[in-house]
Design a protein around this ligand. Sequence first.
Ligand code: DAK
Length: 258
Amino acid sequence: MDEQVVLVERPADGVGLVRLNRPRALNALNGPLMYALMDALDAMDRDPAIRCMVITGSDRAFAAGADISEMAQATPAEMVEMAFIARWERLRAIRKPVIAAVSGFALGGGCELALACDLIVASDTAVFGQPEINLGVIPGAGGTQRLARTIGKALTMEMVLNDRRLTAAEAERFGLVNRVVPLADYLDTAITMAAQIAARAPVAAQAAKDAVNVALETSLTAGLAYERNQFYALFSTQDQKEGMTAFLEKRSPTWKGK
Ligand code: DAK
């Protein structure tokens, strides 16, 4: 029987949860799992009932990286043919906020998957690392780029050159993760955070995510102009009228997502 490589749930109002489900391989990210993950996220991105998503693994491993057995004998052409990059790029196109709930190993592509999410909630057992140098390669899904932008050059160099692994506490101290909580609480904490975000003005939440991501890719002047345009554009939404009217009427807003 085929293994169900991801499990999809709706644990709270407006929240979609995707669990990576290859526990025996520590959630190694093989082709079928990446396709299933991206299909699940795409479907939730299109579903108006979902407004925030959570990706998680098991307590022992968020994901121990791309599946080494799938890559070991591949030629460059075969890597391209496997649509290896295309699978990963799909995550960047998701418009709704995505939270990684990380416990245990987040190594290689597992660390990169977490970094590609918008927020990270970690258990106190989480370990973040880019051990690709041990395999004779380097990170290929954003590790060098996103880590350098997030935790700086010095620590990134140590991680990619010398397999320095960060404990959850270090990851929090260096600004890699939003929150570290006890193992028993990490998923609930991520779901609670997702439910809070899901209860906020949906169009504004997508615009906020988009604008922060633009900040990582552009000059300050261009970024400020982009932010301003997004801000003005939100005045075309019913939610802006509702949010400001509700404030003035001293009541809670009712968001329409329009
Ligand atoms: N791939 C395949 N199988 C893996 C795996 C992986 N990455 N990690 C673990 N497993 C499997 C093990 O082979 C073992 O399987 P069996 O022998 O039981 O069949 C099972 O999971 C349990 O693992 P261990 O027996 O090794 O468990 P330990 O507790 O002793 O060690 C460990 C846990 C996480 C320290 C160890 O398994 C380990 O070092 N794993 C490899 C970590 C690693 O090197 N990760 C980086 C892989 S390279 C790209 C996109 C993505 C990437 C690149 C490009 N593009 C878009 C271009 C990503 C690349 C990578 O992630």
